[in-house]
Design a protein around this ligand. Sequence first.
Ligand code: SF4
Ligand code: SF4
Length: 234
Amino acid sequence: MQINTDLLHKIATAATRHLDDYLQETLTASAEHGNFGMQMLDQLHEQLPRTSCDDCGKCCNTVSIFSLEYHRLIREVMAIWPPERLRRLIQSAFRFDLRQAEVGNEKRLRCIFRDDETRVCLVHAVRPFACRFFGLLKESGIRECDKVKDLHLPETIITQEYLTSLQTKILENSEAYQPFPGEEEIHFFPFEFWFFRYIFSPERALQIYREILVPMSSPLTQLWQKYDTQATRE
Ligand code: SF4
Ligand code: SF4
């Protein structure tokens, strides 16, 4: 899958010209969303085991999240960050080119909330489910990262059934879109998809997803390779 470099360039240029407008639109969309679902989301987060790890940041690449989680993140930073810091966040969301990285032997887009200098997640208290699931002890007895440790013993095994039951509650309160024509609707998209969905439109966000985000991330490319193969044949 090839990155649409024209679109990438257009987005970077748009950010330099209209950054304050985009900041305003981002904050307005999440303010208008309101507190709906936020308490439930926080309570669901609390139901997962607390863990520690080495904080190396290798796994802090843009993660797929629900729309409800997107608003939770924006509402958190708009409540506690000063305007200049919010501006830098919005700028970073537009600059895919500055966040692309090789992680292991994969292409990844680094998460805008990871501060590599201080080795912290800037939104740790409200980080999405995808970040919280990573490294938990699964039924297979395996963790995706062996540096993750449960803070309370005995260790908790997280079953797929349990994860699905938690996610279903969020899913019922989140938006869904069809990522590629002919595919089913999904509720999980990278942070950047939701960001562009609220400042541009769902159509523009889907184009950015297909033509920039998917080719920029090896796991997403592998996930959607079948669609690319099919489109090439047609
Ligand atoms: S979970 Fe593992 S890969 Fe991710 S930051 Fe912690 S130690 Fe690094
Ligand atoms: S939200 Fe935080 S924990 Fe999740 S990927 Fe970003 S920096 Fe890492």
